[in-house]
Design a protein around this ligand. Structure first.
Ligand SMILES: [Zn+2]
Length: 406
C-alpha cells in the first residue's frame, strides 16, 4: 500500500473479512494498520481471481506467497497419519506438528525423563467447554526462594509454531540437563511451569475442521454460527474496551467474550497465575507470527495513550537483549522488542497485561514468532526453536544482570 486511499479500502476489506460479509472467503493474516504495511491475506479459490483483479485495479502490488495452502495442510495430516500407523512407540515428532492427543502423551514422556532431584508433575489446571483437560507440566526442585518461569502457548489455536517452539524449548531443558551448560543452569536455577495448549478445544478444531481457527469453541448466545471467544482479549484487565485490536462482535476473531474472564480457559490460567503469584520471575506466552517480542501493555489508558509498566525500562532492556540474540542466530530477519500497544496495536483484556498489572511476574513477554503466516511449515520448527532458545538464554542472562545490580 502506498496511499491513504488504498489503506482505507484495505481496512474496509479487513472489517468485512472479520465476522462480516466476507468472513468465509477472505482471512487477513495481519491487521492493515498503516500505509507502509504489506499485509498477508488468505483467499478462498472461488473468489481469488476476482480478489486479485480488484487489487490490481486499485494499483496495489500483489505477490502470491502460496498458491494452494490446502496442500501443506494435507501434508501435515498425511505425515501424522503415517506416524500413527508406524510401529514406533509414539506418534509425537518434535520436528512436525502434533495433535493434542500426541502432545499430551509427550508430556508423560517428558515426565518419565525428569532429571534426578527434580519433581516433574502433570496437573489438570482446568477443563474446557467441550470437556478437555488443560494440562500443565511443572519441573520443580526443593530449595528456598526458588523463582519460576512460566511458558504457555496455543491461546490462539492456529498458531501451531508457537506450541511447537514452546515444547522444543522444554525438550532442550530436559534432554540437555547434565550435558548442555545452559539447560543445566536453567533447570538448576528455576522452576518451570508449562502449558503447551492453553486452548485445547480450538486446537483440536484446527486439526479436524478449520486449520486457521483462532478462538476457543464456546457457543455464543443468540449467534449459533459464531462460536468462540478470543482468549487473549478475555483477561480481567481493562476488559471490554473496544479498540483497534478488540471487538464486541461474537462473529469477530477478536471477540472479547461475554464478560471479563468469562472463559474456562482464561479462568484456569488466572487461577494458576494467582497461585504462583510473586514467585514467577519470567512469564512467556508464545504466539505467532510477527518477528517480535512484545511486552506490556497492550492497553491504553483513559486518555487513549499506550500504558507503560513502571518496570518498562527493565523489561525493554531484557527484551532488547533477547531479540538481538534471536536475530543474530541466522541473521535473516529483523526482530523488534517493544510494548504491544506501541509496536503492534492497542488491545484490551490481553493476558500479559493482566499478569503484569496483577504483579504476578515482572518480566512478561509475548513473542510473535517467525512467519510468514499461520501456515509456517514444519521446516520452520527447528529454526524457530534454535533462535528462540538463544533468545530465552539472552533474556534470562539480562534479567539476572538487571536484578543482580539492584
Ligand atoms: Zn496469537
Amino acid at each position: 500500500m502506498s496511499t491513504e486511499e488504498q489503506l482505507n479500502i484495505i481496512q474496509e476489506l479487513f472489517k468485512k473479512s472479520d465476522g462480516g460479509s466476507l468472513k468465509d472467503q477472505v482471512m487477513f493474516w495481519e491487521r492493515p494498520t498503516s500505509v507502509k504495511d504489506r499485509v498477508e491475506v488468505l483467499v478462498c479459490p472461488q473468489v481469488s481471481t476476482f480478489f486479485r483483479m480488484s487489487l490490481v485495479n486499485m494499483k496495489l502490488d500483489i505477490e502470491v506467497i502460496t498458491e494452494n495452502v490446502q496442500e501443506s495442510i494435507d501434508a501435515v495430516h498425511f505425515k501424522r497419519d503415517s506416524r500413527v500407523r508406524s510401529p514406533a512407540a509414539s506418534a509425537y515428532d518434535p520436528n512436525e506438528y502434533n495433535t493434542l492427543e500426541d502432545i499430551y502423551e509427550y508430556l508423560e514422556d517428558l515426565q518419565s525423563r525428569c532429571p534426578d532431584g527434580f519433581t516433574c508433575e502433570i496437573r489438570n489446571i482446568g477443563e474446557t467447554f467441550e470437556g478437555r483437560e488443560i494440562r500443565q507440566l511443572s519441573i520443580t526442585r526443593e530449595g528456598e526462594n526458588r523463582k519460576g518461569i512460566w511458558m504457555d502457548s496455543l491461546f490462539h489455536a492456529r498458531e501451531w509454531l508457537a506450541g511447537a517452539t514452546n515444547l522444543n524449548i522444554v525438550e532442550r531443558l530436559i534432554s540437555g540437563f547434565g550435558s548442555d551448560e545452559f539447560s543445566t543452569r536453567l533447570l538448576n536455577s528455576y522452576d518451570w511451569y508449562i502449558v503447551p495448549v492453553a486452548n485445547p478445544d480450538g486446537y483440536v478444531y484446527t486439526w479436524t475442521d478449520d486449520r486457521f481457527w483462532r478462538k476457543n469453541r464456546t457457543p455464543n448466545e443468540g449467534v449459533p454460527n459464531c462460536p468462540g471467544t478470543d482468549l487473549n482479549r478475555n483477561y480481567n484487565f481493562r476488559w471490554g474496551v473496544v479498540d483497534d485490536g478488540t471487538s464486541d462482535d461474537p462473529c469477530s476473531n477478536l471477540y472479547f467474550g461475554p464478560g471479563a474472564a468469562s472463559e474456562l480457559e482464561t479462568q484456569a490460567i488466572e487461577r494458576e497465575g494467582q497461585r504462583l503469584s510473586g514467585s514467577i520471575l519470567l512469564w512467556i506466552s508464545w504466539h505467532s507470527w510477527d518477528f517480535k517480542w512484545l511486552f506490556p501493555y497492550a492497553s491504553t489508558d483513559d486518555n487513549g495513550n499506550c500504558m507503560r509498566s513502571p518496570f518498562y525500562e527493565d523489561i525493554a532492556r531484557a527484551g532488547q537483549a533477547c531479540v538481538e540474540a534471536v536475530e543474530g542466530t541466522f541473521g535473516e530477519n529483523e526482530w523488534i522488542a517493544g510494548s504491544f500497544c506501541e509496536v503492534l496495536y492497542q488491545s484490551s483484556g490481553v493476558s500479559i497485561d493482566w499478569v503484569e498489572a496483577e504483579g504476578i511476574s515482572k518480566y512478561v513477554y509475548t513473542p510473535e514468532l517467525r512467519g510468514p503466516g499461520f501456515d509456517a511449515g514444519p521446516e520452520h520448527i527447528g529454526p524457530s526453536t534454535e533462535e528462540n532458545w538463544n533468545g530465552v538464554i539472552a533474556l534470562i542472562n539480562e534479567i539476572e544482570a538487571i536484578e543482580g545490580s539492584k
